[in-house]
Design a protein. Structure first.
Length: 213
């Protein structure tokens, strides 16, 4: 119903094949990086005709219909913002779980989607951050007062490699942004970590969400 009424009929879309491909792709690439250019070439390789401008329009229509949202790279350059891949999040993690082709739930991605939706309720700007060395932080948010905060999402911090990766990305981002605090949202883990650049708080999602201001 959303596809037919809010997208096809409202925006008079005649070429529905690439639109349906796009929606299926976004559902199965939830919380991941999406490149319009790469997806355009994927469609072209399958013999599906669709221009890049049309794909950009489809993404805008999906956001207007509150089905998917785009998070762009934090950068001062508007060209870099548009050229770099953006992250895609669905309006409801349950929708992703119900429609995904994955046999097992991808808890990390579902949790990241949940965190995005909570942040969207409280902040005026949400971006993802990439450090000078290429490490990625899931969210750099700016509230209505201009205050910034860094958030990383990880289903669990039990694995040594995961712990190292998440903390190194946050520490580098904290140093570059001048922030001395950051948060890692998990499923069950809770601890406070003192790092060289300040303090990183690890919180289970339920506790983080209840205390989010």
């Amino acid at each position: 119903m959303v596809i037919l009424r809010d997208l096809v009929e409202r925006h008079q879309i005649r070429n529905t094949v690439p639109l349906r491909y796009l929606i299926r792709h976004l559902i199965n690439a939830n919380a991941g990086l999406f490149s319009v250019n790469k997806f355009y070439h994927d469609l072209k390789s399958q013999g599906i005709a669709c221009g890049k401008n049309a794909l950009h329009e489809y993404l805008g229509h999906l956001a207007d219909a509150y089905l998917f949202f785009q998070v762009f790279l934090c950068t001062r350059s508007e060209r870099a913002r548009m050229v770099n891949p953006r992250k895609i999040y669905a309006i409801d993690p349950g929708l992703v779980h119900a429609c995904s082709r994955s046999i097992r739930p991808e808890w990390g991605h579902l949790l990241e989607n949940f965190v995005f939706l909570e942040l969207r309720r409280h902040n005026s700007l949400i971006e993802y951050y990439k450090t000078s060395s290429g490490r990625e932080v899931d969210f750099l948010v700016t509230d209505s007062n201009g205050q910034k905060a860094l958030f990383q999402v990880s289903a669990s911090m039990d694995q040594t490699a995961t712990r190292k990766r998440e903390l190194e990305a946050l520490e580098e981002a904290m140093k570059e942004t001048g922030l001395n605090t950051a948060t890692i949202v998990t499923i069950n883990d809770e601890e406070n970590l003192n790092v060289e650049t300040g303090r990183v708080r690890v919180l289970p999602a339920w506790m983080w969400a209840l205390n989010l201001q």
